[in-house]
Ligand binder design. Structure first.
Ligand SMILES: Nc1nc2c(c(=O)[nH]1)N=C([C@H](O)[C@H](O)COP(=O)(O)OP(=O)(O)OP(=O)(O)O)CN2
Length: 349
């Protein structure tokens, strides 16, 4: 077994939840033992990129994985937690760096160990010192580097560990139940907090995702005329961000391919699910389906029409039962060419 020290950081979304998810995914690998976890620290961003504060932590692990296999597994976890590399040292849902791999010196193109910045970053050093084993060869160097960086503007503040998201939702549901005059301990409600927490994970499954990736593109013979590809009546369910009540209905999505580029037909309903499985409003769902499809395919045109019933209109307030809300969003030829747009709208009847 090799003793390895990792630094973890996140500054997008539910930062601690991303760190907790990363630790649990690391621990699920039978070749990895999590020996010690540091506390969580709120830290000011280092590296000159204007961005949100990070939450950082460090881990001491024992592993049979060789360095490159460990790095490969780390990259898989980062991908699973929707890490998107846009700006060097920029914002990220999760970043996991190998700081030390035993006493080994590693110089490979995508892996330098000890990590090249380890002694320049207080957000790494403070959590690392917490998990360092006694007589670790670099222990003195870590302590000296902390002393040296203490008076810089690098802020590292310990913060309390938040409960995992599901536990926080269960607690909140119990609070709501008692606040509306219910007894959360009564027979019918005992498991309700847990059921609601599980339900939110399912119906808000896109909430933490940062980009739609479930698609496959194909190339077809460039057709003689620019045919419109329409997927009609795609059922969807979402939750309105104003009252956290369901709204649901059907989405109609059309596009005109350019240069024979098409998307797998099943991927459009998946895109509708990706866009709708988060707190939103119907206008944003309609626009997001169109804009994401347009970004992926760069077609000649995209058209989306969504029709839905809103429980926030039917169950409360104006209480207008069975009313349908229709929203549309057109891009490219569907926006510029009235005839193309009308032809699409007629095809929905
Ligand atoms: N307060 C913090 N500031 C910064 C953090 C952090 O976690 N807390 N992280 C970074 C870096 O983006 C991150 O540490 C990765 O840096 P590094 O391993 O040195 O280089 P990469 O090749 O992984 O950088 P990419 O961004 O992935 O290209 C900056 N500040």
């Amino acid at each position: 077994m090799h003793t390895v020290y990792l630094s973890l950081g996140s500054n997008i979304g539910d930062k601690q939840a991303y760190l907790q998810d990363a630790v649990s995914l690391l621990g699920q690998n039978t070749a990895i033992l999590i020996d010690k976890k540091s506390k969580f620290y709120q830290t000011s961003p280092v590296g000159g990129v204007e961005q949100d504060d990070f939450v950082n932590m460090a881990l001491k692990i024992s592993t049979t994985l060789e360095p490159t296999n460990l790095l490969e597994f780390i990259h898989e976890i980062e991908a699973q937690l929707n890490r998107v590399r846009k700006i060097h040292w920029g914002p990220r849902t999760i970043d996991i760096d190998i700081l030390f791999y035993g006493n080994e010196q590693i110089f490979e193109n995508d892996l330098i160990v000890p990590h090249k910045e380890v002694f320049n970053r207080l957000f790494v050093l403070v959590p690392l010192l917490e998990v360092l084993e006694q007589d670790f060869p670099y222990e003195q160097q870590v302590k000296q580097a902390i002393e040296k960086l203490k008076d810089t503007e690098q802020e590292v503040v310990e913060i309390p560990a938040q409960k995992p998201a599901r536990k926080r939702i269960e607690h909140a549901v119990r609070e709501i139940l008692s606040a509306v005059g219910e007894n959360p301990e009564r027979e019918g409600l005992l498991e309700t907090p847990e059921r609601v927490a599980k339900m939110y994970e399912e119906i808000l499954s896109s909430q933490k995702l940062t980009q739609f990736e479930e698609y496959k593109l194909f190339k077809i013979e460039k057709t003689a005329q620019d045919q419109t590809i329409l997927i009609k009546d795609i059922p969807f369910y979402s939750m309105c961000e104003h009252h956290m009540l369901p709204f649901f209905g059907k989405a109609n999505v059309a596009y005109i391919p350019k240069d024979g580029n098409i998307i797998g037909l099943s991927k459009i309903p998946r895109l509708v699910n990706y866009v709708s499985h988060k707190l939103s409003v119907q206008e944003n769902i309609t626009r997001d389906i169109a804009e994401i499809l347009n970004d992926i395919l760069e077609p000649k045109g995209v058209a989306v029409v969504v029709e839905a019933r809103h429980m926030c209109v039917e169950m409360r307030g104006v209480k207008k039962g069975n009313s349908q809300t229709k929203t549309s969003f057109f891009m490219g030829e569907f926006e510029e060419n009235r005839e193309t747009r009308l032809e699409f709208l007629e095809s929905l009847n």
